[in-house]
Write a protein that binds this ligand. Structure first.
Ligand SMILES: [Zn+2]
Length: 233
């Protein structure tokens, strides 16, 4: 796989078939999910991966959870490389001691980044129904719109867990794109977008190998089947 085409963009096209999903950068001082540290990367590790991504317009970037490192570490590194990304903060955490503030999110937007919702409290969306589902999934999107004074039409499912009821709710609520964690190539223009979660031991080389492996026919069928099972649940 040769990953070279044109300039950086968050707009998907045939030349942009993969999306990476990062979490925090640095050392997690306050782990909020069991095993969260397994998805944090060091600063040098981030920079090495971004150097590769900057040369690989087929790879789009997203950062989940709204950690402080989004603005403190990631933003300057993206700006330096002329690379764009989408950030998905957990709405209830905005402005707390470990998370990005509203002004931090405004800085991201001012630099050309996009901001979407990652739910109210990071509770997995699979299995949520009725008022609980609306509070956790739909309300935070509108809260984010009020905070930022702009339309927010992209979402990322916490822990990549969703089901067909969740998706129906997002669709009826007018959400334009839902990002999940199924490790498959992105589908240009599709409403449901798979992503690859970057792990604590990943490097540019290991990620490139993972992206390439996902395009193998057998793997593609297996991953598509797993995704279908989730949607039917
Ligand atoms: Zn998350």
């Amino acid at each position: 796989m040769t990953v070279t085409t044109q300039g950086p963009s968050t707009t998907r096209g045939p030349d942009l078939p993969f999306t990476l999903c990062f979490h925090g950068v640095g050392v997690p001082t306050h782990e909020r999910e069991p095993g969260e540290a397994g998805y944090w990367v060091g600063r040098d590790q981030l920079l090495e991966i971004l150097d590769w991504v900057a040369q690989s317009p087929q790879v789009a970037l997203s950062f989940d959870d709204g950690n402080r490192s989004d603005v403190d570490v990631v933003l300057p590194a993206l700006v330096e490389r002329g690379v764009l990304a989408t950030f998905f903060p957990v709405v209830d955490r905005i402005g707390d001691a470990w998370s990005t503030s509203v002004s931090g999110l405004e800085e991201l937007l001012a630099a050309g980044m996009d901001v979407g919702t990652h739910g109210l409290t990071h509770r997995p969306w699979a299995g949520l129904r009725g008022e609980e589902a609306r509070e956790e999934i739909l309300a935070p999107r509108h809260a984010l719109e009020d905070l930022l004074g702009r339309r927010v039409d992209r979402a990322a499912a916490p822990l990549g867990r969703y089901d067909r009821h969740t998706l129906a709710l997002l669709r009826s609520g007018g959400c334009a794109e839902v990002n999940v964690s199924d490790q498959r190539p992105a589908r240009p223009g599709a409403w449901l977008q798979p992503r690859f979660s970057v792990r604590a031991d990943d490097t540019a080389a290991s990620l490139q190998a993972r992206l390439l492996a996902s395009t193998a026919p057998a793997r593609r069928v297996r991953n598509a089947a797993a995704s279908l099972v989730k949607r039917l649940r």
